[in-house]
Design a protein around this ligand. Structure first.
Ligand SMILES: [Zn+2]
Length: 139
């Protein structure tokens, strides 16, 4: 697999140039950090549930009889549908991230197994891939 070759290559670079690369240990989260991340993920989950509930409510609103109004409402429904799908996808990712914390796998790339950079996890707490795997689709 391309990915494993890449990891080996990556490790060789780290070994050869240890001053330029910080040890992986510093990438590890402390218990307190895990707890903070978990809490913020749960907050995100609640926000997404709220958003989905609102979207679902809006979609269920009956369409207006007037054709022009109906066209606008159809468009709105499409937009809401897309928003709903995005929120549902995000919700799944957040739920998976919480599950990974509980399993002690949080912060590890689900593709190559390398630690995900802390900065990336701070920006996207539910990211399941390291930046390299995320940018290399099919790896
Ligand atoms: Zn990776």
């Amino acid at each position: 697999m391309v990915c494993y070759k890449f990891i080996e290559f990556h490790f060789i670079i780290i070994k050869q140039d240890s001053t330029a690369h910080r040890p992986n240990r510093e990438q590890r989260f402390t218990m307190k950090e895990y707890e903070e991340v978990r809490n913020s993920l749960i907050d995100m989950l609640e926000d997404l549930d709220d958003r989905l509930a609102k979207i679902t409510h809006d979609v269920k609103e009956p369409l207006d009889k007037d054709s022009e109004e109906q066209a606008t409402e159809m468009e709105n429904a499409e937009v809401l549908d897309r928003l709903g799908n995005a929120a549902r996808t995000e919700r799944e990712m957040v739920k998976e991230a919480i599950a990974r914390i509980d399993k002690g796998q949080y912060g590890l790339c689900q593709v190559c197994g390398n630690p995900i950079a802390k900065e990336r996890l701070k920006a996207i707490p539910f990211s399941s891939m390291c930046i390299k795997c995320a940018s290399q689709t099919g790896c």
